[in-house]
Design a protein around this ligand. Structure first.
Ligand code: AMP
Length: 402
């Protein structure tokens, strides 16, 4: 029997998300999430997709190893255990692959060492990803484990886009450059957008707007990323749920010298207490829209700042690409907030961009066009699916190597 299942693991600092897929038809068999690992109030939620049955475990789960063991038990209860000969591989989301990893990679000791070496540029994410990998390896040492990097899709960026204008010797010594993130989503969505247009990825230029709690834009030229808004870390670029996105770097010196803040305080301010949340106290776009409907000026200004930044990036990436076939909205806000899509494209008729408000208002889980038939540039809503992309890349790699 050829194994056709792939387990996708996305390990955060205190969470573990997982999906088991059958790659014969890319269907989900089981999905779940362990939250608040290391706390007294941990929770595991597991769903067997075929029946929709969901089981929950509440109570302390000490670490990722215990979490993955509990997940393995839940899967086994559904006859989908990790010991099954049908399991082909485990695919891990790894946030930072630096310059080194340009493609999904079968994990061996040297790969683990390199992911470890990248911890200084991804202090929050890579340690958690490593823990997930090591735990999975301990459970199934014989099984191929594949790392799929958030940064890989962006490694095609030219040096002119990837380099900051600082002394290259200093930059190289500290591995400072623009890496970009959400790469699996940008890869998947740009490809699906081409498909929606009835074209091959290498026939189109797409601007992808991944607007979730984290947010990033990318310019994808003939299937290759040539520019993206996140940089050395996921702090650069668009206004996000709690991150500021772009600001004058001198704001940091000013906060330290004049504001008396420590580096850690500034880090927390810009990563966790800025963006929409910092501007108006809410980072959920639904709540912000509700407040705007009630005439709340603070929420309204936060929304305007958020939209203004997206518009600047659309314009910039239009110029980078020269010619654009489609602008694609994705992730929690991009897929669901019609008001954001409408406002982000408003006034861009000169660039050939427009939204048909009737199409824009339609709620659907599928990829769809929301621009008028006559528009020069297509505007699309394309739901992202990072787990499917990780599973697809993992399965393709394992298939190639077996
Ligand atoms: P993500 O990080 O892709 O899961 O996106 C999460 C964000 O999507 C939330 O913080 C909300 O701001 C936004 N979101 C989710 N559902 C909706 C909705 N129906 N309308 C507007 N925004 C939404």
């Amino acid at each position: 029997m050829t194994p056709t299942r792939v387990l996708v693991l996305n390990s955060g600092s205190s969470s573990l998300k997982y999906q088991l897929l059958d790659m014969r038809d890319s269907s989900r068999l089981a999905v779940g999430l362990v939250e608040r690992i290391g706390e007294q109030t941990s929770r595991l939620r597991h769903t067997l997709v075929a029946t929709g049955e969901t089981r929950e475990q509440n109570g302390p789960i000490a670490d990722h190893e215990t979490a993955l063991k509990s997940v393995a038990e839940e899967l086994a209860r559904d006859g989908l255990g990790l010991d099954s000969p049908e399991l082909a591989a485990i695919g891990h989301r790894v946030v930072h692959g630096g310059m080194f990893f340009t493609e999904p990679t079968v994990i061996d000791d040297s790969v683990l060492t390199e992911i470890e070496r990248l911890i200084p540029v991804a202090p929050l994410h890579n340690p958690a990803n490593l823990t997930g990998i090591r735990t999975a390896q301990a459970l199934r040492p014989d099984l191929p484990q594949v790392a799929v990097f958030d940064t890989a899709f962006h490694t095609t960026m030219p040096e002119s886009a990837a380099r900051y204008a600082i002394d290259p010797k200093i930059a190289d010594r500290h591995r400072i450059r623009r890496y970009g993130f959400h790469g699996t989503s940008h890869a998947y969505v740009s490809r699906e957008t081409a498909r929606l247009l009835g074209k091959e990825p290498d026939e189109v230029n797409v601007i992808v707007l991944h607007l979730g709690n984290g947010a990033s834009a990318s310019a994808v030229e003939h299937g290759r990323c040539v520019e993206t808004s996140m940089g050395l870390t996921p702090l650069e670029g668009l206004v996000m749920g709690t991150r500021s996105g772009d600001l004058d770097p001198a704001v940091i010196f000013h906060l330290a010298r004049v504001g008396g803040m420590s580096m850690d305080e500034i880090d927390t301010l810009l990563n966790k207490r800025s963006g929409l949340f910092g501007l108006c106290g809410d980072n959920d776009m639904r709540e912000i829209r509700r407040r705007i409907e009630e005439g709340d000026e603070e929420a309204s200004l936060a929304f305007d700042i958020y939209i203004h930044r997206i518009k600047k990036y659309i314009g910039a990436y239009y110029a980078v690409l020269g010619q654009v076939d489609a602008v694609a909205f994705t992730a929690g806000v991009g897929e669901n907030a019609a008001a954001v899509r409408s406002a982000a494209v408003a006034g861009l008729e000169g660039l050939g961009l427009a939204v048909d408000e009737e199409l824009n208002a339609v709620r659907s889980d599928g990829a769809r066009l929301i621009s008028p038939a006559s528009a020069r540039v297509a505007v699309a809503v394309v739901p992202t699916d990072e787990e499917l992309e990780i599973a697809t890349q993992t399965y393709a790699l394992v298939g190639k190597n077996s």
